[in-house]
Design a protein around this ligand. Sequence first.
Ligand code: NDP
Length: 325
Amino acid sequence: SAVVDVPKYKMLDGREMPAIGLGTYLGFDKGGAVTSKDKQLRNVVTEAIDVGYRHFDTAAIYNTESEVGEAIRMKIEEGVIKREDVFLTTKLWNTHHKREEVIIAMKETLNKTGLDYVDLFLMHWPIGVNADYTHSDTDFMETWHAMEDMVKLGFTKSIGLSNFNKMQIQRVLNEGTIKPVALQIEVHPQIIQEELIAFAKAEGIVVMGYSPFGSLVMRFGMEFPGPKMDDPVLTSLAQKYGKTPAQIVLRWLVDRNVVPIPKTVNPKRLRENINIFDFKLEEDEIEKINQFDSNTRYTLPSFWQTHPYYPFEQIPNPIPDPFRS
Ligand code: NDP
């Protein structure tokens, strides 16, 4: 099958981000700390490179940095790609928000990937915690300034934010030296993020959408309310364009200038998910999918909701902190 040629977005710092990335968080059922068996993820990533993926999304907390890095290094050694052809996004975990900890985390990440630099280093959350997961009041601006140093040291080409709300992003824009080039947030038909996407766009920040399939797929081994693969709105669009409902939803993100980062470890779905750059939804079709919005988050760490920098709305019954068992 043909290699898909993926378009790119120009970022504020002049660098370019491929318009789709492969998600590599494998930990849903296991609560976070999971590595793949028998180099499964490494093999998925090498295959992804063969079919045209040039952007990979990982994080220190996913435990997948080493296999993603190994796959990239293998493909460079094979001569299939050069380092500058791939875009690697990773994230700083909440336990390393203090100025002196950021460089330690960054070096650990580079060690795991076996690469000299990453392309994009995101602050995973505005929330800092201590090693024992008690709340730390470390100001995320301290963290941001330390991340700026990582650019100056050449450890990452670009820096950005994840799970920040509008006010928090505004503060980084006001007080930072380097502007965040990217914002990674939850985006799918049930949380369309109209306001935050418009805000980011006005500031020139590229938005990456995580959990792009929303309710279409099982999460935590469960079905959730919301549109499924057999939803009539999605199946009729799928029919019209000769695509699958999954591809329609990914294209909906692309048509809103959001970089989807779908996760799959399945070779067939790897191809399916990237094969979305040969058609385009009409304005009213985008609007139809927007109607599924119910402001539903699957990533809602309500156990942090008493933290001063918690980015989301509080809920009445927060869940127990899984990091503090
Ligand atoms: P996704 O919306 O990517 O859904 C993943 C699920 O969908 C998997 O079960 C996968 O199974 C299945 N799937 C993939 N493609 C298809 C398809 N074409 N048809 C049917 N099923 C499909 O959810 P995630 O929550 O994993 O989000 C994606 C990525 O976003 C993560 O891997 C991570 O990199 C990032 N993320 C970032 C967060 C943050 O805080 N910044 C939070 C959450 C996620 P299978 O593998 O078997 O195909």
